[in-house]
Design a binder for this molecule. Structure first.
Ligand code: GLU
Length: 303
């Protein structure tokens, strides 16, 4: 049982491919924030979307983390092992009418609302019962009701944030039609149940945070602190990701990559650390980590 006064951070990769420089930034930032607070740091594998996953990726990620010198507390939590529990939560939310089955397809919502493809705001067509009666429950997705109450939080790096879920997302999916659970549901629940005190990750996930906070509020859970780090973008302004062909990182040049990561995160490692071994870089970083130096957005070269 974790001590409730202890800072607990986490790194929660999805096993969709090997780690790249973008994921290393989130791993390093969350690790140093935890180490600096004499806290604990956990690794969770967010394996809730098998169609997007790559065989062997979870093991590969863990081996790479190890080779980079990360040390985690507690056993790794695999979200795939939590499915029966997520199902219980979803059933309970439906029974309490806080969530409901929905028969609308993406295409039909776009057609009816005129929203752009990537920006669907679901206005609750099925709130009073699915518009189309399905033959099997598996033909419905499950949506969580949201409301117009603003979601306000102070992000450690990005500052004050105010979102209105009703205007930005509408009732969102917590269980897909193919029965898979959404990232918002699983992460919103697990961050609290793992007693994470601060979630440190990339700003690409800032927009997901209000939905996760809403999951927590609906379940009467106390939300952790959130901290969104700047992300690396390529020349076209896209974030580094497997889809954008970000090259995997290799532990062969771990010291150099850790040095680059520290610079990217606004830290000021001394120049002679460039040639240092991995262990010495970690020693310097844990001792000198300052979250107040981390820029909100990507500002400087990483070379
Ligand atoms: N599993 C998510 C991803 O790899 C990140 C989860 C998180 O840090 O909240 O993009």
């Amino acid at each position: 049982m974790p001590n409730s006064n202890v800072y607990r951070g986490r790194f929660a990769p999805s096993p969709t491919g090997p780690l790249h420089f973008g994921s290393l930034i989130a791993a390093v930032g969350s690790y140093l924030q935890a180490k600096q607070m004499q806290g604990e740091w956990l690794v969770r594998i967010d394996d809730i979307d098998p169609p997007r996953e790559l065989k062997g990726a979870a093991d590969n990620i863990l081996k790479t983390l190890e080779a980079f010198g990360f040390e985690w507390d507690e056993d790794v939590l695999y979200q795939s092992h939590r499915q029966p529990y997520y199902q219980e939560v979803v059933n309970e939310l439906v029974t309490r009418k806080l969530a409901y089955p929905c028969s609308c397809s993406r295409a039909s919502i776009i057609k009816k609302t005129g929203s752009a493809k990537g920006d669907i705001i679901y206005p609750g067509f099925c709130r009073n019962g699915p518009l189309k009666k399905a033959v099997k429950p598996a033909e419905y997705s499950i949506r969580l009701r949201c409301n117009s109450e603003p979601i306000i939080f102070k992000d450690t790096v990005q500052g004050q944030q105010t979102f209105n879920l009703e205007n930005s997302h509408g009732d969102f999916i917590i269980q897909r039609r193919d029965q898979l659970f959404s990232y918002h549901l699983a992460s919103g629940i697990d961050d609290v149940e793992q007693k994470i005190t601060e979630v440190v990750r990339g700003t690409d996930l800032l927009n997901c945070t209000p939905s996760q906070i809403h999951v927590q509020h609906t379940l009467n859970l106390v939300s952790p602190q959130y901290c969104h780090l700047p992300i690396v973008v390529n020349n076209e302004g896209q974030k580094l990701s497997k889809q954008n062909h970000a090259p995997p990182i290799s532990a062969k040049n771990s010291a150099e990559l850790l040095y680059k990561t520290l610079k990217f995160l606004g830290q000021m490692p001394p120049i002679d650390l460039i040639d240092a071994i991995q262990k010495d870089i970690w020693c310097w970083a844990i001792k000198h980590w300052r979250i107040d130096l981390v820029p909100a957005i990507y500002q400087q070269g990483i070379n």
